[in-house]
Design a protein around this ligand. Sequence first.
Ligand code: C2E
Ligand code: MG
Ligand code: MG
Ligand code: MG
Length: 276
Amino acid sequence: RAKLHNRSGYAYFTRDMGVEIRERVRMMHALRAAFEGERLFVVYQPQIDMQSGKTVGAEALLRWRTEEGNFIPPDQFIPIAEYSGLIVNIGEWVLRSACFELMQLRESGFADFQIAVNVSQAQFSHPLFMQSLERAIRDSRIPPNCLELEITESMAMTDPEMLVNTLQQIKRMGVRISIDDFGTGFSSLSQLQKLNVDKLKIDRAFVSEISSLDSEASIAKMIVQLSQSLNLAVIAEGVETQEQANALMAFGCQYAQGFLYAKPQTRSELRKWLKS
Ligand code: C2E
Ligand code: MG
Ligand code: MG
Ligand code: MG
């Protein structure tokens, strides 16, 4: 990683940094072209009620397939989308796609289905975000309480006041809010209470360490207990083994998502999954 300052205090610009920036700009142009060329698409990862085994909903996850047929993972292109501002339009499109998918699923008889959509800080703080959210719900005619927005803890730290206001408006509409990757963002518990969210999502890192730890010391267990005392729903992400699922159920966690149950699915795969 390039340093910004040398020992004498003068900023210098390394070759590596030039390469890094040029690569970022290249990715940004490629991402915009992919969005315009409709090479982005949304997949849906089922969310399961562990006791009954029933699928209760899905998380919408963005995918980028290049013209050559390669996939670029969201962890690589979402930061570019955020940094460049492209996330505002792309994110709105994901939101609308998810709402219309939900409407179609409801019409096919999956009446109680829920869809969760990831929302970035840049979208959230955009002045037109509430309007685009309202429009997506109105145009797709879904009940707002079937839609959930996933925010991250770090958003609570950048601009708490803005966040509290926006969340209040969203809740008034009836849309639900969950905190993604919970436990990794160092937000304070008093912040959490003020935010008035509906659900915590236990980060994959705490799920994957379950078997190697004694369960009393497990952070996953602490998050489940916290959610119970705050009266929030809780879901575990990245559940890969039955052992993890059993431990989570023993902790009192009701919902899960992960490869143990299902990978993220295309629209048609999701339909097949729901019918089987
Ligand atoms: P996330 O929201 O925490 O999503 C969960 C990630 O865990 C997804 O990665 C999912 O495919 C992966 N996953 C699910 N189950 C398992 C499992 O059992 N094992 C393992 N190893 N992984 C599992 P994905 O799809 O690569 O997305 C990465 C991140 O990109 C997401 O993390 C989210 O922060 C972001 N992202 C994806 N789509 C969007 C979007 O439409 N908008 C925004 N703003 N961010 C998005
Ligand atoms: Mg998420
Ligand atoms: Mg997550
Ligand atoms: Mg995560």
